[in-house]
Each structure stands twice: as structure tokens, then as C-alpha cells.
Design a protein around this ligand. Structure first.
Ligand SMILES: NCCCC[C@H](N)C(=O)NCC(=O)O
Length: 469
């Protein structure tokens, strides 16, 4: 007798990978938006008078609502209660709304006294920066909510299959967004600066990525149809993730010691990555004496390297394991890169040698940024009950966001204090700032060890492969 097995949508590779591409592309546009102004720090200093502290506050503002209003916790609750497709569309809408506000904040019309300018303007903090912060904070709600939702969507489609590979590819696509924006943003900016359109030189890159975010929202809506079809098909089948959210879930998450180790490792590691991205272009220009466009292109190798290696490491983790070890090595490499920029005497070697060493350090950071995310995120389902996974990712992001919010302000302040007489646009001394970034690597390294020991004792399987069939 022959038996026919009915394939579910998630069993069809073409369908589940299409679902992945749809959600990942929106994150691609989101990550472009996150760093759209990062390569333009010097131009912002000259055009809209943002000093390093203001720029740092702007960088931090992405996380204001997530941290101060605990939005990320709500995001987890919304995700658990309303499901992936509602949350995806909500997050895409918030990202777009934030982008529109930021576009307005950087417009010539607004900065020449347009609606809301007088209300927001003050000598110490320009209106353009305040309104950009408001827009970026709303965008940040959407982007982080999107991140949690995408992780959840991947678990939904890929659990027991190529889950780490899928997460790795999703992150690789997001990294490609960072790479893309470090090329396009200075190019668009230069085009308008050469025409003497100074406001457009900082606003046009934001408009460009804002349009991409509108496309991203459409992709989330299309994903929503796929998600609905999957749910309809699964019907009354037991679906673990569909359990309604209960507040006691948060207690379960926060009560787990392993959760805290992972969350602290995450905040320490990422605090030396995303905030660094905001300053990297100016740091490279200052340390090596490069033009903004060239410095941004050198830095773009960081996400590019991470993009190629993350999926490979995801696949390695699926088939071979060694997640905790990967986290430790990633922390060491991150320290090595930041320490190089803190201590290497770039001005005492030839320009060629300085550029080569800078590129090598950036590539090393890229490898680190492949190892850690590829191992960290797929580890969460191993230490946390599936039923509270949405809340767990949100809680980790919440703790991570506290670091991502604080560090840019701290670095901005350090730069202003350690460069008291440096005129806008002039090279800055980045030594102290880079030492701070390097210290995060040291702390992450120790936590990686704690995690590995705890895993060995409790047997969560962080060093084991993911693939079950
Ligand atoms: N918006 C930029 C920061 C994204 C932080 C996000 N919570 C995250 O950790 N994403 C995972 C990653 O490795 O990019």
C-alpha cells in the first residue's frame, strides 16, 4: 500500500524561502534607514550644526520609546496576542511614519522657520535634531518590533529545518542594507552638495531610503497573505506559538538565569557594534585622513564581510553546533578591531599601510559580527520555552536597547570633551571613544565563558547542532 504524505506550506522550500525573502527585504530597507545619516556626521555638523553630543543623542533616539516607554515589551505582547502578520504590518507602518517625520525635520522649509520650527528650536539643541529624534524614535519602535517579528516568523516557518541558516540569511540581507547605505548615502549627499543644495545634501539620502521603506511596508502586506495561508492550513493543529500571552510569561523569561546571561552578552556586544557604526566614518576619516566618501566605503566592508560569512556560520551551527564557542571568539575579534583603532599609530606609518591596517581591522570586525549574531539568536529557542519566545526576544531586545540608547550619547559626549578646540569638519581624536568600545569586547568575552560553563552544567545544547531532520 502506498501512503501519500500531505506537504505543508512550510515543508515546501520555495514557499518558506519566499516568506523569508519578503520579511528580510523589509529589514534590509530598515537597516538602510538606521544608518542613513551615519556617514554624514561631518556634513550634519557643518549644515545643521549638530555637534557630537547632538549627533549621539540623535543616534540614541532610535531607542527612546523602546526603552523609556517599555515599548519593546509591548511589542512582544502585541506579537504574542495579535500574531506575526498584524505586528509586521504595524511595524512597517511605524518605520514609514518615523521616516516621513525625519524627512520633514531635515527639509529646508522646516529649517527656514516652517511649521513647528519655533516650537522646537533652542540654542543648545537645533529643531532639526529634535524633530529628527522624534521621527527616529518612532522608526525605532517599528524597526525593533519588526526585528522581533521577523525572528518569530522565521521560527514559525523554519523550526526543525534550516532555522539558523534562515536567520543567518535574514541577517545577511539586513547587513547588505548597511553596506548599501554607506555607499549610496555619501554619493547622494555629494551630488547635492556639489550643486550647493546644502539641506538636500543631508535630506535627499533620507528621502531615498524613506521611499524604500514604503516598498518594505508593501512587502510585509504580501507576507501577511502567506502567513494567513500557513495558519489556515495548520488550522486546529497544535501550534505552540499560538498560545495567548500571559503576564506571567514575562516572569518566566526574566526569572531564567540563562536568559540574563544571553541578554547581558547581547547588550555588551551590540553596544560596541551599532553605536560604532554611527561614528565609524568620521573615526576613519580622522585617524587616516580620508574623505567622507572613501572612509564610508572602507567601513562598508564591515557589513559586507558579515553578510557573506553569517549564513555560512548559520549553516555550520545547524550541522555542527559550537554556538557558545562562536560567541567567545566573536567577542575577542571585536576587541581586537576596536583596540587597533584606539592604539595603532596610524599617523606614523605610510598612508597605504594605514589604509591596509584599517581595512584588516574592519574585516576582522565583520567576521566577529558574523560569529556572534549567527550563534546568539538561534540559541534563544534553546534556552527559552517556545510558548514565550516572542516575549523572550522582545525582552532581550529591550535590554539590548538600553545599551544601544546610552552608548551613542556617551561616545558623543566623550568626543566633545576630548576634542574641545576642534572646529566642525576637522579631524577628531577618537582614542578614548575607541577604548570604551574595546572594553565592551572584554566584558562580552567573560560573559561568553560564563554562558559556556552554564550550558555545560545545565545541558541546553548550545554547543549542539540545530538540525533535527
Ligand atoms: N536598529 C538597529 C539595531 C538593531 C538591533 C536589533 N535589536 C538586533 O539586535 N538585531 C539583530 C542583528 O544582529 O542585527
Amino acid at each position: 500500500m502506498t501512503q501519500t504524505t500531505v506537504q505543508s506550506l512550510r515543508d515546501k522550500p520555495a514557499v518558506r524561502w519566499t516568506a523569508l525573502i519578503l520579511v528580510a527585504l523589509t529589514m534590509f530597507f530598515g537597516y538602510m534607514f538606521v544608518d542613513v545619516l551615519s556617514p554624514l556626521k561631518t556634513q550634519l555638523e557643518e549644515t545643521v550644526k549638530w555637534d557630537s553630543t547632538i549627533f549621539g543623542t540623535y543616534g540614541s533616539s532610535e531607542f527612546f520609546i523602546n526603552v523609556f516607554c517599555g515599548f519593546l515589551i509591548f511589542a512582544g505582547i502585541i506579537l504574542d496576542k495579535m500574531g506575526v502578520r498584524f505586528t509586521a504590518i504595524l511595524s512597517g507602518s511605524l518605520m514609514l511614519l518615523g521616516a516621513i517625520i525625519k524627512i520633514y525635520a531635515l527639509s529646508e522649509y522646516f529649517n527656514m522657520g516652517g511649521i513647528g520650527f519655533d516650537l522646537l528650536n533652542s540654542a543648545s539643541f537645533p529643531a532639526s535634531a529634535k524633530l529628527s529624534c522624534i521621527g527616529f524614535a518612532l522608526f525605532g519602535c517599528g524597526c525593533e518590533m519588526g526585528g522581533v517579528t521577523v525572528s518569530r516568523a522565521i521560527v514559525k516557518w523554519f523550526q526543525g529545518k534550516e532555522m539558523a541558516l534562515a536567520m543567518g540569511i535574514e541577517m545577511a540581507i539586513a547587513r547588505l542594507g548597511v553596506f548599501a547605505v554607506f555607499w549610496t548615502s555619501p554619493m547622494i549627499s555629494k551630488h547635492f552638495a556639489q550643486k550647493g543644495e546644502m539641506f538636500l545634501s543631508v535630506q535627499a539620502p533620507v528621502i531615498f531610503v524613506g521611499i524604500l521603506l514604503a516598498v518594505g511596508l508593501i512587502l510585509y502586506i504580501i507576507y501577511g497573505f502567506m502567513d494567513k495561508a500557513l495558519e489556515k492550513e495548520q488550522g486546529a493543529e497544535e501550534i505552540e506559538e499560538e498560545e495567548p500571552f500571559k503576564f506571567s510569561d514575562l516572569g518566566k523569561v526574566f526569572g531564567s538565569g540563562m536568559f540574563w546571561i544571553v541578554a547581558l552578552l547581547c547588550v555588551l556586544y551590540y553596544s560596541a557594534i551599532f553605536p560604532f557604526q554611527k561614528y565609524a566614518t568620521e573615526m576613519l576619516s580622522s585617524n587616516i585622513g580620508l574623505e567622507t566618501e572613501t572612509a564610508a566605503k572602507i567601513f562598508s566592508m564591515f557589513p559586507l564581510g558579515a553578510m557573506f560569512i553569517t549564513p555560512l556560520l548559520g549553516a555550520f551551527l545547524d550541522y555542527k553546533g559550537k554556538g557558545a564557542t562562536m560567541l567567545i571568539i566573536g567577542a575577542v575579534l571585536m576587541f581586537a578591531c576596536h583596540a587597533t583603532f584606539a592604539f595603532f599609530p596610524f599617523n606614523e606609518v605610510s598612508h597605504m599601510a594605514a589604509v591596509t591596517i584599517a581595512i584588516t581591522a574592519i574585516v576582522v570586525l565583520g567576521i566577529s559580527f558574523s560569529l556572534v549574531p549567527a550563534a546568539l539568536w538561534p540559541s534563544v529557542p534553546k534556552i527559552i520555552d517556545n510558548k514565550v519566545l516572542g516575549s523572550a526576544y522582545s525582552a532581550i531586545f529591550f535590554i539590548q536597547n538600553i545599551g544601544l540608547m546610552s552608548v551613542p550619547i556617551i561616545i558623543g559626549r566623550i568626543l566633545d570633551v576630548t576634542n574641545p578646540n576642534v572646529a566642525p569638519g576637522e579631524p577628531k581624536n577618537y582614542t578614548t571613544a575607541m577604548i570604551v568600545f574595546a572594553m565592551f569586547g572584554v566584558a562580552a568575552f567573560f560573559l561568553g565563558f560564563v554562558l559556556k560553563i552554564a550550558d555545560k552544567k545545565k545541558g541546553f545544547g548550545l554547543e549542539l547542532p540545530n538540525k533535527t531532520k
